[in-house]
Design a protein around this ligand. Structure first.
Ligand code: NDP
Ligand code: 8X3
Length: 252
């Protein structure tokens, strides 16, 4: 493959999907991953004509499915240059004493262990080639904790620590490791958190101008196109109306 290859988890929606579009415009070949096959099929039509595109359908919670999917890549798709660990969601928003074990499992299994399963398959190739870039999509929830955010914040604090650990361990190989930590982004995130409750999800983004997925993708594009000696190690991106996870200036 002449073009550099980027592998994006969670490319069926929101930030991951916008990253696929923006990085294809930047000349990357795209591997899109997710569980919803029809959305991965449809993504091809959203990319600039002629963009090399391959998709992999798997659940990041299933370590064997992750391994099988990455192993199934045709030879010309195997040298992944950029890995964007983006797949993830919040599930529920409850005080700790009322939290659901299923929600907790989902967040730790997807946001933390899923990121590790995918990384475990892709990082050895980067190490062997002594080249690559990893972007972990963290969150302000990985920098602060907010009421009822307990386990989601825990999962994103884990991503923060794992990113730092990756940077230390991959440093001898010249691999860039970056964390991009968004505040409130208007995607399907809240729809998933509130289990399909459209009205409650829409309320999260009402009364201020939230980030759009494209704002985050624009930062990802900037990050992956820096010169070889520059790494955006740890960046927070917020909507202007947001000062912290708990302080948001909504219009009257
Ligand atoms: P979306 O719900 O729009 O997208 C989530 C993506 O993750 C989907 O493509 C989904 O694909 C994928 N995904 C979820 N679960 C799994 C799974 N088990 N296996 C494989 N893929 C999975 O939300 P966002 O775009 O907002 O979220 C992307 C990332 O950004 C997440 O890590 C989130 O924590 C983070 N983030 C979001 C913020 C926000 O306010 N929106 C703020 C800060 C960080 P599919 O369902 O097809 O499998
Ligand atoms: C998503 C941002 O504040 O909803 O990570 O947790 S928040």
């Amino acid at each position: 493959m002449e073009k550099k290859i980027v592998c994006i988890t969670g490319a069926t929606s929101g930030i991951g999907r916008a990253c696929a579009r923006y990085l294809a415009e930047e000349g990357f070949a795209i591997i899109g991953c997710g569980r919803r096959r029809e959305r991965l099929e449809a993504l091809k039509a959203e990319l600039p004509e002629g963009t090399p595109y391959h998709f992999l359908v798997f659940d990041v919670r299933d370590r064997e499915a992750v391994a099988e999917a990455i192993d199934s890549l045709p030879a010309e798709w195997q040298s992944i240059y950029v890995l964007i660990n983006n797949a993830g969601n919040a599930h529920g928003l409850d005080p700790i004493q009322e939290g659901s074990l299923d929600d907790w499992d989902a967040m730790m299994d997807i946001n933390v262990k899923g990121l590790l399963y995918v990384s475990k398959k892709i990082l050895p190739g980067m190490v062997a080639r002594k080249a690559g870039q990893v972007i972990n999509i963290g969150s302000t929830a990985g920098k602060e904790v907010y009421p009822k955010g307990n386990v989601y914040c825990g999962s994103k604090h884990a991503v923060d620590a794992i990113t730092k650990g990756m940077r230390l361990d991959l440093n001898p190989y010249g691999i860039k490791v970056m964390a991009i930590n968004p505040g409130l982004v208007d995607t399907e995130f809240s729809l998933v958190r509130f289990k399909g409750d459209d009205e409650r999800a829409a309320g999260v983004y009402r009364g201020f101008d939230p980030l759009q997925a494209e704002d985050v993708a624009d930062l990802v594009r900037y990050a992956v196109t820096r010169p070889p000696h520059v790494v955006l190690a740890d960046v927070i991106i917020l909507p202007t109306a947001q000062a912290s996870t708990t302080l948001l200036h909504k219009k009257e």
